[in-house]
Design a protein around this ligand. Structure first.
Ligand code: ZN
Length: 357
């Protein structure tokens, strides 16, 4: 192509971006804030895709589409993707000015109240080192934005202020949270007298499950979820009891964890099972997509299966089969920390996508 043509194509693209992006933004551009100190911007929705830039805590990202744990935005005029687990919806933009003050709590057990004075009701507490965005100040009391989006008041003499010209940090790094307020029941399959499947070298399904479930529980809690486990170590729990645990709580999602086995050694891969169409199937689709995204295992897809823990459950419920312990490739991968981390993160982003779509 000749230079003249290149130039006109370039100008055309610029004009296109200039004219159309604001329109898209106004329509469906959810604005997110980066909740981690540094976040890679990638060319495609995958952790193996090329890193084309970096965002820092407090940066704003406009999302044009969201897919399986990734948010699509533009970076330097190009389509770009960032992992959604490090983003949270940006606060009320109307109340923020360009000059924002960040408060740091300087004492432990500082109470958060509904109004500016000790006569107001206590709605929570915070500790030394926590940071908040200052909204207003009245009589030596600061009104702040809390991590759940609500507001509260803190005594000014228990904080120190730091004025920044931009990028006020409104959230603790540890509280990256797409799952705050959700109750998740994790169901580690088998246990005790029931070893589950027996794999290569006599490895028990129940033992691999417990290790994996602990990793998943940890990541879910880090993402803000309340997690209930139907078993927390090596003991037997009947299927009926697993379901009653799920049905007894105000459960938002039930996830049963298993590994697969088959007489033919080459059979391998990950699958997610659901019983009812609708929300359970939807949950299965989201979870299967996000766990298979960064794991080098065959994607066996989602399928309807008549399992007791799914059929009798009152809530959205899925059963994941996280690889075949009768297949050498799967079994060796399952025991790596990378795999364990990817499965846990995949379940967190699958749930996040399911709840926030
Ligand atoms: Zn099993």
């Amino acid at each position: 192509m000749r230079l003249k043509h290149l130039l006109s194509v370039g100008i055309g693209i610029l004009l296109f971006l200039f004219i159309f992006i604001p329109a898209i933004q106004a329509e469906n551009g959810q604005i997110y804030e980066v909740g981690t100190s540094s976040l890679n911007v990638r060319s495609a929705p995958s952790y193996s895709a090329e890193v084309i830039g970096q965002l820092t805590e407090g940066d704003h990202v406009v999302a044009f589409q969201e897919s399986f744990g990734w948010v699509q935005t533009y970076y330097g005029g190009h389509e770009a993707w960032v992992a959604s687990q490090y983003l949270f919806p940006a606060g009320d933009q109307k109340n923020t000015t360009t000059k924002q003050t960040e408060l740091t709590v300087t004492k432990n057990e500082v109470q958060i109240r509904t109004g500016p004075g000790t006569a107001y009701k206590v709605i929570g507490s915070t500790s030394k080192g926590s940071t908040f965005k200052l909204l207003e100040t009245t009589n030596d009391w600061h009104k702040v934005r809390l991590s759940n989006g609500a507001t509260g008041w803190i005594a000014a003499w228990l904080t120190s202020a730091d004025t920044k010209s931009k990028n006020a940090i409104t959230k603790n790094k540890n509280q990256v949270s797409g799952l705050e307020g959700y109750n998740i029941v994790l169901d580690p399959g088998h246990g005790g007298k029931d070893p589950g499947a027996i794999g290569i070298d006599g490895i028990y399904e129940k033992d691999l499950i417990m290790m994996t479930a602990d990793n998943i529980a940890q990541q879910l809690r880090a993402a803000g979820a309340a997690v209930i486990l139907t078993r927390s170590s090596d003991y037997f729990v009947p299927l009926e009891e697993r379901v009653s645990i799920s049905n007894a709580y105000n459960t938002d999602a039930f996830i049963s964890i298993h590994f697969n086995a088959f007489p033919l050694i080459p059979i391998q891969g990950i699958s997610t099972h659901y019983y009812s169409y609708g929300t359970s199937r939807d949950l299965a689709r989201n979870i299967q997509a996000s766990i298979t995204q960064d794991i080098n295992m065959e994607n066996r897809g989602i399928m309807k299966s008549n399992y007791h823990v799914l059929r009798e459950n009152n809530t959205s419920s899925v059963l994941v089969e996280l690889g075949f312990i009768t297949n050498p490739h799967d079994l060796s991968l399952i025991q790596t920390t990378d795999y364990q981390k990817n499965v846990a993160e995949g379940i967190v982003s699958g749930l996040t996508n399911y709840f926030h779509k």
